[in-house]
Design a protein around this ligand. Structure first.
Ligand SMILES: [Zn+2]
Length: 76
């Protein structure tokens, strides 16, 4: 299965097809994570994690802190 074929440019950039960007709600603000998995390059939306505890739950992306930690800070 080839899917959509794109050439990589001289700077190593590749364009993600518009339909896929739309489907996955990827905008010019979206942080993507690029990893290797079994000899494949995997591009996925980066999951925001709390910079204090590493939790993926209820993370406020503007401060990158989860709800639990921000409440803990407020109550100190
Ligand atoms: Zn946290």
């Amino acid at each position: 299965m080839l899917g959509s074929c794109r050439k990589i440019d001289t700077l190593g950039r590749v364009t993600i097809p518009k339909e896929m960007r739309k489907k996955y709600a990827i905008t010019d603000e979206t942080l993507l994570s690029i990893t290797e998995q079994n000899d494949k390059i995997v591009i996925q939306k980066a999951i925001p994690t709390c910079k204090l505890c590493g939790s993926e739950q209820d993370v406020d992306e503007s401060i990158m802190v989860c709800k639990r930690c921000s409440e803990k800070i407020k109550n100190q």
